[in-house]
Design a protein around this ligand. Structure first.
Ligand code: DC
Length: 225
């Protein structure tokens, strides 16, 4: 029996917009692998800082890229990345990484490398991927695109609730203003403002949008790996 083609759902949006929670919950409901692309940019930033390289020295960062092995896959239904065999997962949300990840993700060579790894997921599974440029650059041809947003007060409160004091407006400005693959509403993306939603109502709204975009019947999905 021929299997239906694999597909990617693209979830983009600024920091603390609710996109990670939303992507994770949609993934659970639909039985899809959830890929956190921000974690990949954070992992490279972790390595740069660990090697005591100046994140603003793009030549040194590019040189590092040629000397490290990055592997991305999934454990269960969630993406993971190792660099030189180490999974820095627990350290990815440090203040130092929050403060430097935008500089690292503005380097085109970093993006090219990670975008390739992101696209590779589709070689073996259907995915829901969250990030900043998933609908615009990584999977521009997917019909399934949502741009998630929330007002600034709600976003700052969400960060505070998880104990983070990340200056998100500064990071959002850097991510939106960079030359290469800036944060933007991708062509064809539907906007979902989660400010007044509970998690459950946001997931329901997102699934309605995906159904309107023609999401295949779940019964037709290839089984997860
Ligand atoms: O989703 P996050 O906050 O963990 O992402 C961390 C940073 O990574 C974000 O500030 C910009 C960068 N990023 C990116 O440039 N492109 C993506 N697709 C995902 C994240």
């Amino acid at each position: 029996m021929t299997q239906p083609p694999r597909f990617a759902i693209a979830i983009d949006g600024p920091a603390a917009s609710g996109k990670s929670t939303l992507a994770r919950e949609i993934a659970k409901r639909l039985g899809l692998v959830m890929v956190n692309s921000g974690a990949m940019y954070r992992a490279v930033t972790w390595k740069v800082l660990q090697q005591k390289i100046d994140p603003n020295d793009s030549a040194a960062v590019i040189d590092l890229l040629g000397r490290i092995q990055i592997h991305c896959g999934e454990v269960g239904m969630t993406s993971t990345c190792t660099i030189d065999g180490v999974d820095p997962a627990d350290e990815l949300r440090s203040e130092a990484i929050n403060a430097n990840v935008s500089a690292i993700s503005a380097i085109p060579e970093v993006r090219d490398l990670l975008v390739n790894l992101q696209r590779n997921y589709l070689d073996h599974t259907s995915i829901i991927m969250e990030g900043r440029d998933i609908g615009s650059v990584v999977f521009p041809d997917t019909p399934f695109k949502i741009y998630v947003d929330a007002n600034e007060t709600v976003r700052a409160a969400r960060r505070h609730n998880i104990g983070e004091v990340d200056p998100i407006s500064k990071r959002d400005a850097a991510d939106s203003e960079r030359l290469h693959a800036p944060l933007m509403v991708a062509e064809g993306a539907v906007l979902l403002d989660t400010s007044d939603h509970t998690i459950e109502s946001a997931v329901n709204a997102a699934i309605d949008i995906l159904n309107q975009q023609g999401l295949p019947d779940l019964g037709e999905l290839p089984p997860p790996p």
